[in-house]
Write a protein that binds this ligand. Structure first.
Ligand code: ATP
Length: 177
């Protein structure tokens, strides 16, 4: 990504992030309380490359970020090789504890595949700064928060598309040339 003068008139992260107002809401996982089956349904119903992990739906504070491919590999291999892991097993991204919840099947802890400190910016961050951060840190995506609540996500492609729109160029020509 090159520094762009077209961001001079202060586009903000909130103007570029997804979801847009009309889009379905951000697909997130919660750090506890979801079953293997529920996580598999999120994977099946979407095609996103990754999912933010939050404390809970009511308290959408960012805990981490997990890549779709790591989730798929870990769940598939746990179902095959890990004693007692079934659809109803709880998926946890919390610190492992020795005590298992009573009753149900053993839980599946996936904390080890989660990025514990994904980059997050606020919705008011100017896009020229955001582009700089993407370039300097080589990011593929970053999360957007407002007062500590997770609001959305910006991928590198979102930025490229936005730049293309502002310069009336075909995004493919910026992406692939
Ligand atoms: P592509 O898959 O075409 O390479 P991409 O590089 O932007 O696109 P994706 O993760 O597939 O990566 O994201 C597709 C679109 O969905 C982007 O606009 C992105 O902002 C948005 N998005 C990414 N992750 C999520 C999510 N968990 N929930 C909602 N929207 C998301």
């Amino acid at each position: 990504l090159e520094p762009k003068d077209e961001f001079e008139h202060k586009t903000l992260a909130m103007d570029v992030m997804r979801p847009r107002r009309s889009d379905p809401s951000l697909s997130v996982l919660t750090q506890s309380g979801m079953s293997v089956e529920q996580v598999e349904a999120v994977i099946a119903d979407t095609s996103y490359s990754g999912f933010p992990v939050v404390v809970s739906q009511e308290s959408p504070r960012l805990v981490g970020f997990v890549l779709r491919r790591d989730l798929v590999i870990s769940i598939d291999s746990a179902r095959l090789c890990q004693e007692g892991i079934v659809g109803a097993s709880q998926v946890l991204f919390t610190e492992p504890t020795l005590t298992q919840p009573h009753g149900g099947p053993p839980s599946l802890n996936l904390r080890s595949i989660m990025d514990l400190s994904p980059l997050a910016i606020t919705d008011q961050t100017p896009m020229d700064i955001t582009v700089d951060i993407f370039r300097k840190l080589g990011l593929r995506q970053c999360l957007v928060t407002q007062n500590g609540r997770l609001l959305g996500i910006i991928t590198k492609k979102d930025i490229l598309k936005h730049m293309a729109q502002m310069t009336n160029r075909d995004p493919e020509s910026i992406l692939f040339n």
